[in-house]
Design a protein around this ligand. Structure first.
Ligand code: NAD
Ligand code: TYD
Length: 348
């Protein structure tokens, strides 16, 4: 059995990665290490938590002593590192948390893997974002050669952690791989992010806060296709390399919100156009990147990955999941969420 440490497995993308690895690789022992911040939720993993090749460890990646102890007690073959503070708006109000988890936490893990991990056969996989490249104008796409130019505290922290992972490869010959992915959508996403936030508000007849003029563009990828890409890169990617992951699926925010409103009207039995009346333009996000778009041809040509699901299909599946899992949505939007929401959106 190879011990594969996956960090951040109780979060949105991490839970999909854990599920995929636990079910597809019975000869791996999957250790999910997560500190269960507001974004971590073990409910996301109820269906696989009793599998023999899965275990959960509650631990903060910035806790050097605890991370060292874990790496010395278990021979870790490889690390797939997803744990992070992930929301741009929170990084604007509280950047230090992003430095601690995303930068310091990543270096703590790199040190532990360097000292105790299987550096001859295993690897350190850093899961990162396309936001490290900054923003695009109307044309062009991010490639692996696009210079880093992060604009938000979130993307600056992810860029920094990417640089540390590369520096450990150059300096210590640590086997590593990085992927930079575009915006994900799918089940189990915390409703601070655009799509689940809008679904929750439409359901509850609350205003739909569209930043600025709604003209910013994002390239949306189904989360299971991201998990599949991580699987392919983990097993077949070349050490020292970066791979961009994207859905070739650009949407202007306002068009995406209108599409969501149309589908929600049908699903909730509302008159056409009713949910769209909730759209409210609010003050723009500071430093709001205009457009992200990914050129994923390296991953497609070298490793044979491509998205498996057309956007219409994945989007409808996603909406159905939130409507069918009302208890999940109610649970994560109770308690501290209300304070977060009021702070971020009241009188905006
Ligand atoms: P998320 O916020 O849903 O989950 C993050 C997880 O990390 C949570 O389970 C949380 O409890 C855990 N965590 C946070 N701080 C921790 C700490 N100090 N120690 C241990 N665990 C901690 O995030 P996500 O959207 O699933 O993103 C996962 C990764 O993928 C992140 O590294 C993010 O930068 C990257 N990414 C996300 C997207 C996207 O669209 N969401 C796109 C590209 C890349
Ligand atoms: P988000 O889901 O936060 O992802 P990211 O900022 O990492 O791309 O936001 C996606 C887009 O939606 C982004 O352009 C900001 C915009 N947005 C809104 O217009 N209103 C909202 O309430 C949120 C959360 C995001």
């Amino acid at each position: 059995m190879k011990n594969i440490l996956i960090t951040g497995g109780a979060g949105f993308i991490g839970s999909h990665v854990i599920r995929r690895f636990v079910t597809n690789y019975p000869d791996y022992n999957i250790i999910n290490l997560d500190s269960l911040t507001y974004a971590g939720n073990l409910e996301n993993l109820r269906d696989i938590e009793t599998f023999a090749n899965y275990e959960f460890v509650k631990c903060d990646i910035t806790d050097r002593a605890a991370i060292e102890a874990l790496f010395t007690s278990k021979k870790i073959h490889s690390v797939i590192h997803l744990a992070a503070e992930s929301h741009v708006d929170r990084s604007i109000t509280n950047p230090i948390d992003f430095v601690m988890t995303n930068v310091v936490g990543t270096v703590v893990l790199l040190n532990a893997f360097k000292a105790h991990g299987n550096v001859t056969e295993g690897r350190f996989y850093h899961v990162s974002t396309d936001e490290v490249y900054g923003t695009l104008g109307d044309d062009g796409k991010f490639t692996e050669e696009t210079p880093y130019d992060p604009n938000s505290p979130y993307s600056a922290s992810k860029a920094s952690s990417d640089h540390f992972v590369r520096a450990y490869h150059e300096t210590f010959k640590l086997p590593m791989v990085i992927s930079n992915c575009s915006n994900n959508y799918g089940s189990h996403q915390f409703p601070e992010k655009l799509i689940p936030l809008m679904i929750h508000n439409i359901k509850n007849n609350k205003p739909l806060p569209v930043y600025g003029k709604g003209e910013n563009i994002r390239d949306w990828l189904w989360v299971n296709d991201h998990a599949k890409a991580i699987d392919v890169i983990f097993h077949s990617g070349k050490n020292g390399e970066t791979y961009n992951i994207g859905g070739n699926n650009e949407w202007k925010n306002i068009d995406l919100v209108h599409k969501l409103c149309e589908i929600m009207d049908q699903k909730l039995g509302r008159d056409a156009g009713e949910s769209a009346k909730l759209i409210t333009y609010v003050t723009d996000r500071a430093g709001h990147d205009f457009r992200y778009a990914i050129d994923a041809s390296k991953l497609e040509n070298e490793l044979g990955w491509k998205p498996s699901v057309a956007f219409d299909q994945g989007f409808e599946k996603t909406i159905d999941w939130y409507l069918e899992n009302e208890a999940w949505l109610e649970n994560v939007t109770s308690g501290n969420y209300q304070a977060y929401y009021n702070n971020m959106y009241t009188n905006r």
